[in-house]
Design a protein around this ligand. Structure first.
Ligand SMILES: Nc1ncnc2c1ncn2[C@@H]1O[C@H](COP(=O)(O)OP(=O)(O)OP(=O)(O)O)[C@@H](O)[C@H]1O
Ligand SMILES: [Mg+2]
Length: 252
């Protein structure tokens, strides 16, 4: 299969999407990083965005949550235009971004970290209670008084995801959640994301680890130098040696 067949991109359309990114152009100062990025996440889906270092994956997530303002194109959530809203406003709409740096407050306990996330969330009453969320995190709930800074990388990742949940997220944007984690911890993060998705949370997952993306997501977008160059299901991507090699640097 050729990676530049135009109908492949048409297959990336969603009916009635939860998140719809359409023709986004964005960058930093005079440097344009995203040239024309379109992707969508349907309600209940896990969708991955994969690509090499510097392709613009983080910039795409930042454009969705308003940390970067697109110079063209639109971002819609539940059919509402949210392009250019501030990060605080997008969180209130139900979109939560868990950045690569896994920001947890090192001097606050696990429980306090979750309470702070709860306060920062939407104004609606459907935000889960921090105690309820903690129940889902087997390894964190046993020691709710541990300091954020004393947690392992995997535990910090889970706490960062927990903070997004208590803010009332319906859509989680995860930026390389398994980066730097040992393989058995990667499994636990995968299980957590799968469980959350079973519970109704939709996910846009950025991964360098294509195996994790193939395992977790139903559909995939490949980003290369600020452009979506491919879209497909897990089976399609797994079998497409050309895309795997050319855009992801994976040779079978
Ligand atoms: N704050 C910034 N100011 C200026 N340029 C930036 C900034 N952040 C990223 N860039 C540039 O934008 C381009 C895309 O970066 P981005 O972080 O979106 O890529 P990425 O796909 O997430 O890469 P990685 O896999 O390394 O995380 C890169 O060339 C990067 O150097
Ligand atoms: Mg990145």
């Amino acid at each position: 299969m050729s990676s530049d067949a135009p109908d492949r991109l048409d297959a990336g359309a969603c009916q009635d999407p939860l998140l719809d990114v359409s023709g986004v152009v964005a960058g930093y100062g005079a440097t344009e990083v995203l040239h024309d990025v379109s992707l969508c996440v349907g309600e209940g889906e896990v969708v991955s965005l994969v690509g090499r270092n510097g392709a613009g994956k983080t910039t795409t997530l930042r454009s969705v949550v308003g940390n970067v303002t697109p110079s063209a194109g639109t971002v819609s959530f539940r059919g509402e235009d949210v392009t250019g809203l501030s990060a605080e406003e997008t969180v209130r709409k139900g979109v939560a971004f868990v950045p690569e740096e896994r920001r947890v407050f090192p001097g606050l306990t696990v429980e306090e970290n979750l309470r702070v996330g709860h306060l920062g969330g939407g104004a609606t009453d459907d935000r889960p209670d921090p105690d309820e969320v903690l129940e889902e995190f087997e390894n964190l709930r046993e020691h709710p008084d541990r300091l954020g800074g004393a947690l392992s990388g995997g535990e910090q990742q889970m706490l960062a995801i927990g903070r997004a949940l208590v803010a009332g997220a319906d859509l989680l944007l995860l930026d390389e959640p398994t980066e730097g984690l040992a393989p058995f911890v990667v499994r636990r993060v995968e299980e957590l994301v799968a469980d959350l998705n079973d519970g109704g949370i939709s996910v846009l997952l950025v991964e360098q680890n294509v195996e994790v993306a193939l395992e977790l997501a139903d559909r995939h977008y490949v980003l290369d130098r600020g452009e979506i160059v491919y879209h497909g299901t897990s089976d399609q991507l797994r079998d497409d040696e050309d895309v795997m090699d050319r855009h992801l640097g994976i040779t079978k």
